[in-house]
Design a protein around this ligand. Structure first.
Ligand SMILES: [Zn+2]
Ligand SMILES: [Zn+2]
Length: 304
């Protein structure tokens, strides 16, 4: 059985408060299970309650052994790591995977930089868990026992990875943080920088890159997609590296996704707004697709 549970669904910064109690205020963290195998996607602030749950008397009977896949190292996706209690337990085994651009420090240095006295009272060298780090590019990894993960670069200001987990014929795909590729060359002949050939070439490349993303989503049982903005909000946030809900829905529909979860909610979106958006988008796709649509909510769990 392949399943997902949402521990953090918010983008950019944790936002606890009376307007976010329903959908939740923690930043990105997913628990994916392939039977009893544990996979965690992102170390946002949602990993704190996940760690607390893993340390509960019932769960604690078995040591924590997990593969952690980091979409990218923006702070909202790694900030929870120092508060993930299993890192202080010697029997814990973690394999942390993620993309790193060539000019940067390695993954351990970037994630571990949070655990220096400048930012935190405990240092990386004081953690007692067994932690390995693996830097990955676009590839397919065999995690053993029939569990596979494929990776695909997303479109974000920093190198950012989408993941496709496949197990027993089911697939769960993550796509955050991501915005659609668009042509950055002038396409208006009146623009002084316009070059017909360059403009056409740009259009072709963009089309190809967007189609590669759709192929990565193809036939997923569950797609969890960045949807920080509504379409009107997106128009004033081009290049920030996040998608509109409308784009995520259209991509999922074109890829024949079965269940779509919109995630990385804007910190300013209230429970009431998210509920209204969810209702509105469901109405908009009714009769056009069999796809189910959800605004991801903390605590929600779903089988693929
Ligand atoms: Zn983010
Ligand atoms: Zn980001």
């Amino acid at each position: 059985m392949l399943s997902v549970r949402f521990w953090g669904v918010r983008g950019s910064i944790p936002c606890p408060g009376k307007t976010t109690v329903v959908y939740g205020g923690n930043t990105a963290c997913l628990e994916i299970r392939a039977d009893d195998r544990l996979i965690i996607v992102d170390l946002g602030s949602g990993i704190k309650p996940l760690g607390d749950w893993l340390m509960s008397p019932e769960q604690r009977k078995k040591p924590v052994d997990a593969d952690i896949f980091i979409s990218h190292t923006h702070w909202d996706h790694i900030m929870g790591f120092p508060m993930f209690t299993p890192i202080f337990i010697p029997s814990t085994k973690l394999r942390i995977w993620g993309p790193v651009s060539y000019e940067d420090d390695d993954l351990e240095a970037i994630v571990g930089a949070q655990l220096t006295y400048r930012y935190w009272p405990v240092r990386l060298s004081e953690l007692s868990a067994q932690i390995e780090y693996g830097q990955i590019k676009e590839t397919t990894l065999d995690l053993g026992g029939g569990l596979m993960v494929s990776t695909k670069y997303m479109n974000h200001p920093l190198l950012c990875m989408g993941y496709r987990f496949e197990y027993q014929g089911k697939a769960i795909v993550t796509a955050f943080d991501h915005e659609p590729f668009r042509n950055l060359f002038p396409t208006d002949p009146a623009d002084p920088g316009y070059d017909e050939e360059v403009a056409r070439e740009g259009e072709l490349v963009v089309k190809e890159e967007n189609e590669k993303i759709l192929r990565f989503f193809q036939d997923a049982d569950i797609l969890i997609h960045d949807a920080q903005y509504t379409l009107p909000e997106y128009q004033t946030h081009l290049g920030w590296g996040h998608a509109s809900c409308e784009h995520a829905i259209e991509s999922a529909r074109r890829s024949q996704v079965k269940k779509l979860f919109l995630i990385h909610h804007d910190p300013n979106h209230t429970d009431q707004q998210l509920r209204e958006l969810e209702t509105g988008y469901r109405l908009a796709i009714r009769g056009k697709t069999a796809m189910e649509l959800f605004m991801a909510r903390e605590g929600m769990a779903m089988e693929a």
